[in-house]
Design a protein around this ligand. Structure first.
Ligand code: GRF
Length: 187
């Protein structure tokens, strides 16, 4: 199988990055992670790019410069899919339009519920019995594009933000993998 080249954008711990890289080593996985991008030089996730010998770029600058440099790198590396995984920098409408249908994101809730930050505390304050995660295409609005896949997690009466996050993240790794398979099955 000819794998498409993909890039993962991170800002933090990079556990989704790690999971995607591991899965991408599978012969039947439709993408190969050829590049990692971060805006945070202290992002723990950089360790996974290093560990798996994947080139990475760390760039902490204004949006215009960031996107100009990254766009050049994406084109040079023939990147066909951008996976956002805990990437905390806002991308411009132009950048998103230029990559329409080729940027996906993971969010720790069952969208359209709980868009934005601080998801777990807001979920716990609600009376919801179920939460989960969503992998979706990125459009110009925050946490808004078409859903590719969702995974559900039951909220226990003893859950706090930490325990819930742990269980949701476990589902995130499965969700991201399934979503990437799904995208290329549809194409
Ligand atoms: C994930 O929980 C994801 O839903 C959110 O950011 C977190 C990133 O975690 N968008 P990690 O960096 O992959 O560990």
């Amino acid at each position: 199988m000819v794998k498409k080249k993909a890039c993962v954008f991170i800002s933090g711990s990079g556990t989704n990055l790690k999971s995607i890289i591991k899965n991408s080593r599978d012969y039947n996985f439709p993408i190969n992670i050829s590049l990692v991008v971060t805006n945070n030089k202290t992002a723990k996730g950089i360790i996974f790019a290093k560990k798996f010998s994947i080139p990475y770029i760390c760039l902490n600058t204004d949006q215009y410069k960031f996107e100009k440099i990254i766009l050049k790198k994406l084109n040079e590396n023939k990147i066909k899919l951008i996976c956002l995984a805990g990437f905390m920098k806002i991308l411009s409408k132009k950048f998103i339009r230029d990559f329409r249908g080729k940027i996906i994101n993971i969010h720790p809730s069952l969208l359209p519920k709980y868009k934005g930050l601080n998801t777990f505390n807001r979920v716990l304050k609600s009376k919801d019995k179920i939460t989960g995660c969503t992998v979706h295409f990125v459009d110009e609005k925050l946490d808004n594009g078409k859903t590719i896949i969702q995974k559900r997690v039951l909220i226990g009466s003893k859950d706090d933000a930490k325990t819930l996050k742990k269980r949701v993240q476990f589902e995130e790794y499965r969700a991201y993998t399934n979503a990437i398979h799904k995208i290329y099955e549809l194409n």
